[in-house]
Design a protein around this ligand. Structure first.
Ligand SMILES: *Cc1c(COP(=O)(O)O)cnc(C)c1O
Length: 391
């Protein structure tokens, strides 16, 4: 099946047998154990990281509604399986704790999502971190390096990172790609050799601003350790979240491709506007210096950033003037959201790292939704007029 068909039909394979047209939602926190031997064997299998067992035992070990979403997402990413979590940060934490069991050092390439950067920088999980660029990944790897972490497109500068090049430099060390901004519609990192693909499913996968979730698409082998961590640390996804995410997958390609087309138009208009100093979007001329669109990604996506002239005060005037677009963190929703990375999502990052990642006081990040492009542009023009006018 081709991707658009898969998005609609993945995770529905047993519907006819079940006699249903919509996915069942199983809210059980525990499950009857009619046969103790079977219950014990199931508990051992699930606690060891198996995906399935004859008895689900307890909902922290396995939930069939969440499992349905996991199977569907794995089909879209082209991986053996996937493991869902209560949030993107719970997913990232599980990947880092699983890595911790293999070795105490990770290599990470900035810019990363603020929470990920902060989690690594604090050393809270007992991992030592070396910050690398794409070109210094190989020399940053050591005998005890257990994971290389990258994000592409990167948050918030929308810079594209060459996954295949990082994989080549990492050698045997597994590479984790945070692919939240791309979704499997635009990028399937395992095709470039990545071992793990992480999504904040809160964003495009959910798509309607009503689910907090994370997911890691990967091999059965890596999934085993992620499930072990999930069972013990308890960062499980609520079944209602699993239900909504599976439902959202059906429209994912339509949503992402439509929002991307609108983003391309808005990026062009922003780039030509006198009140905008710089527009960050890989779909603009010069925006993809390594030629990754076409080779790694099928399009530049539906998030962009731009610097308004006049710095912080101008950015504040811009946001205050908006009437349609919602000022809020998060992204990938049906409605358009805008936020100020230096003041909000990336506030936790050390000042120096923020500056060197190009996150300035006049930068705004726009996540484009499904509204009409001209309504969005009218609102953005309102913001730009206010940014340029001091009164
Ligand atoms: C939002 C986000 C996260 C964190 O996900 P949560 O669901 O908020 O925990 C991680 N990575 C990226 C790129 C994000 O945008």
């Amino acid at each position: 099946m081709r991707p658009a068909t898969l998005a609609v039909h993945a995770g529905r394979e047993d519907f006819e047998e079940l006699g249903v047209h919509a996915a069942p939602l199983d809210l059980s926190s525990t499950y009857p154990i009619p046969d103790l031997d079977e219950g014990t064997a199931s508990l051992d299998a699930l606690a060891g990281g198996d995906e399935n067992a004859p008895n689900a035992v307890y909902s922290r070990l396995r939930n069939p509604t969440v499992a349905r979403f996991e199977q569907a997402l794995a089909l879209l990413e082209g991986t053996e399986t996937s493991v869902a979590f209560a949030s993107g940060m719970a997913a990232m934490t599980a990947c880092l704790l699983a890595a911790r069991m293999r070795g105490g050092h990770v290599v990470a390439v900035r810019p990363l999502y603020g929470g990920t950067d902060h989690l690594l920088a604090t050393g809270m999980l007992g991992l030592e971190v070396t910050w690398a660029t794409v070109d210094t990944v190989r020399e940053s790897c050591r005998d005890d390096t257990s994971l290389v972490v990258i994000e592409t497109p990167a948050n918030p500068t929308c810079e594209l990172v060459d996954i295949a090049e990082v994989v080549r430099q990492a050698g045997d060390i597994p590479v984790l790609v945070d692919s939240t901004f791309a979704t499997p519609v635009l990028q399937r990192p395992v095709e470039q050799g990545a071992a793990m693909v992480l999504h904040s499913a809160t964003k495009f996968l959910g798509g309607h601003g009503d689910v907090l979730a994370g997911v890691v698409a990967t091999s059965e082998e890596h999934a085993h350790s992620l499930r072990q961590v999930r069972i013990l640390t308890g960062g499980v996804l609520h079944p209602l979240g699993g239900y909504l995410l599976h439902r959202g997958l059906a429209t994912l390609p339509v949503r992402v491709l439509h929002a991307q087309a609108t983003t391309q138009l808005i990026a062009g208009r922003l780039a030509g506007h006198p009140a905008v100093l710089r527009t960050y979007y890989a779909g603009l001329p010069g925006g993809d210096p390594r030629g990754l669109i076409g080779r790694q990604m099928d399009g530049a996506g539906a998030v962009l950033a731009f610097d308004v002239a006049g710095g912080y005060d101008a950015a504040v005037r811009f946001l205050d003037a908006l009437q349609l677009i919602t000022v809020a963190v998060s992204l990938g929703s049906v409605d358009t959201l805008i936020q100020h990375p230096a003041g909000l999502t990336h506030r936790v990052i050390e000042q120096e790292a923020r500056t060197s990642s190009g996150i300035g006081p006049g930068m705004l990040r726009l996540s484009v939704g499904l509204e009409d492009v001209d309504d969005l542009w009218e609102d953005l023009e309102r913001g730009l007029r206010a940014a340029a006018n001091r009164d």
